[in-house]
Design a protein around this ligand. Structure first.
Ligand code: ADP
Ligand code: MG
Length: 371
């Protein structure tokens, strides 16, 4: 099912002393979600992810804008008629019901021509349980399951009515690190098998990047960028997106473009062609540093962490916005820890420039140089 969001806006009235200051939780959100896609909705806490999901599910009504499922305008359609499956961070299972009863619960209230017999319900429950691989746990109570298993039950319950849209709000946040990794791959597999259009909300950029066909990065209710994870990582629209994606995060410096050269501090570090003279923010991805004895960019060396295939070089630079500059280099490179300094050449594809005022990306023309 294709989902179309059209200028979606949600305002909440202010509370308490700030009564007059309404909160714009989502602002002018327009997006066409392709049929069968897994979309990661990503951003820091409070940026409007849950509100967006609640608008799509029908749990919240928009202040303005429209929502279409396929060609049908569902903006005024109650949640229970939208054909959605919902999964939240807290699995919200009924503790006194068995796994099977929890999964069949949404089927119990079907009426008229949709009404199912007990045998039909059990069959559907088993089908959903197979999909998330909990078919052997059907008679247990939620209290007898691990967190990961409980979340699978919640996913099975969301799938049992064959929803045309699956909405997941931070479904992995209550799981420990290893289960998180495993369950996110499970979700990806289930989504591929069922081809249900899915929206997956998370504040964890790695989670969103790893399983999504498309990611949407939000900040303060406003969509910053929509694209394939790798494209957004390589070509962030602004400094916020650049900083939000990537571990370790991008290194940011004060810099200046002067006569076709990018300067950081007094050093001319990279030619940038046909770009006006201006002060800029320079973002350098950790993998964009190349250790080179006569490299144009120098930093004070703080330490080296061996990580096996790669090494992480920790340094500092007066123009850096962060106390530590983190670079990841191939372990074949020798870093002379005796000198107290380290010199780098920079991979131009990993150096991103942003304006000082709007912090939007400056697209630089490729220069005909090789390093
Ligand atoms: P996220 O899920 O990204 O953490 P939310 O969508 O929950 O963010 O919230 C977005 C903004 O809207 C926040 O500032 C939050 O405080 C506010 N908000 C959310 N729900 C309500 C509500 N029912 N009443 C008032 N403000 C709300
Ligand atoms: Mg939320």
């Amino acid at each position: 099912m294709k989902i179309v969001l059209q200028d979606l806006t949600k305002k909440f009235p202010g509370r308490g002393r700030k009564k007059r200051e309404e909160v714009v939780a989502v602002k002018d959100f327009s997006f066409e979600i392709p049929d069968g896609a897994l979309v990661g909705l990503l951003g820091p806490s409070g940026c409007g992810k849950s509100t967006t999901l609640n608008l799509i599910s029908g749990l919240e009504q928009p202040t303005a804008g429209k929502i279409f499922f396929g060609n049908e305008d569902v903006t005024d359609l109650p949640a229970e008629h939208r054909g959605i499956g919902l999964v939240f961070q807290n699995y919200a299972l009924y503790p006194h019901l068995s796994v099977k009863q929890n999964i069949t619960f949404p089927l119990e209230n079907l009426k008229g021509k949709d009404k199912l017999t007990k045998a039909q319900m059990n069959e559907k429950a088993l089908e959903a349980a197979h999909l998330v691989q909990i078919q052997d746990l059907m008679e247990r109570k939620p209290g007898e399951l691990s967190g990961g298993q409980q979340q699978r039950v919640a996913i099975a319950r969301a799938l049992v009515k064959n929803p045309s849209v699956l909405l997941l709000d931070e479904p992995l946040s209550n799981l420990d690190a290893r289960l998180r990794l495993q369950t996110r791959e499970e979700i990806r597999r289930i989504q591929r098998e069922t081809k249900i259009t899915t929206i997956f909300v998370t504040h964890d950029q790695e989670e969103a990047m790893s399983i999504s066909d498309l990611i949407v990065v939000m900040k303060e209710g406003v969509v910053q960028q929509i694209g394939k994870p790798q494209d957004v990582y390589d070509n962030p629209a602004n400094l916020f997106v650049a900083k939000f994606l990537g571990t370790p995060p991008i290194n940011v410096f004060h810099g200046e473009i002067r006569d076709g050269m990018l300067h950081i501090g007094e050093e001319a570090v990279l030619p940038v062609c046909r770009t006006e003279n201006q002060k800029v923010f320079v973002g350098i991805r950790p993998e964009g540093f190349i250790v080179q004895e006569d490299g144009p960019f120098s930093c004070a060396l703080k330490g080296v962490e061996v990580m096996g295939r790669d090494i992480s070089v920790l340094s500092s630079n007066e123009a850096s916005l962060n106390p530590t500059v983190r670079s990841i280099v191939d372990s074949r490179h020798r870093v002379d820890t005796g000198s107290g300094r380290v010199r780098f050449a920079l991979n131009p594809r990993k150096v991103l420039l942003f304006t000082k005022d709007t912090q939007k990306r400056i697209l630089t023309a490729a220069c005909e140089v090789s390093i």
